[in-house]
Design a protein around this ligand. Structure first.
Ligand SMILES: C[S@@+](CC[C@H](N)C(=O)[O-])C[C@H]1O[C@@H](n2cnc3c(N)ncnc32)[C@H](O)[C@@H]1O
Length: 175
């Protein structure tokens, strides 16, 4: 398993944030990935959510230098309501809810905040070294809740699983 910085650099490389994009991170922890996204993509904006007040405080401190490009919100994902704000990319790293079969409320919250043609990126570690099984389980849960899997970690990957998905109906509704 790479160290924390290297691990999150890999995540942000896959996320490939672009200038001007609106990005939502779910379960931001200390906020390391927030800084990587904002440093990589000029004029991108990040809203980050965590249910832990201590993590929210740490993430705010770490990213204070980015000013109003970042907003860290204390909230539980399942009940998340960001007042109509929509995001081009939503991502979550090591947030256990997405690895459970009953992730319906969390995926519904992500769907509520996804812009037309937006994408959801889920990353999880596989301590048992069976990332293929974990990736399949996440992909199946997404599909069961109406998402379309666009890409996922290679089967040969042992230690981490990721899935990229969108909502086909929403994409089709786009002009
Ligand atoms: C294992 S940590 C990962 C932190 C960071 N993403 C990383 O990879 O370093 C999971 C974080 O997600 C937050 N979290 C877990 N479930 C959540 C939920 N339902 N709503 C909001 N935050 C949640 C936890 O408070 C914690 O800070």
């Amino acid at each position: 398993m790479p160290n924390d910085d290297a691990r999150l650099r890999q995540v942000v490389a896959l996320l490939a944030p672009r200038s001007g994009e609106r990005v939502l991170e779910i379960g931001c922890g200390h906020g390391v990935a927030i800084g990587l996204v904002l440093a990589q993509a000029a004029e991108a904006r990040v809203v980050a959510v965590d249910r832990s007040p201590a993590m929210v405080a740490a993430a705010r401190r770490r990213n204070a230098g980015f000013g109003d490009r970042v907003d860290v919100v204390e909230a539980d994902l399942a009940a998340l309501d960001l007042g109509g704000r929509l995001f081009d990319k939503i991502f979550a790293v090591r947030v256990g809810a997405f690895a459970r079969k009953d992730a319906g409320p969390e995926l519904a919250a992500a769907a509520r905040h996804l812009a037309p043609s937006g994408r959801l990126y889920l990353f999880m570690d596989s301590p048992s070294g069976d990332a293929a099984t974990l990736g399949s389980a996440m992909a199946q849960t997404l599909v069961r809740h109406g998402w379309r899997v666009l890409d996922r970690s290679p089967v040969a990957e042992r230690s981490s699983a990721w899935v990229i998905a969108d909502l086909p109906n929403r994409t089709a509704a786009r002009p």
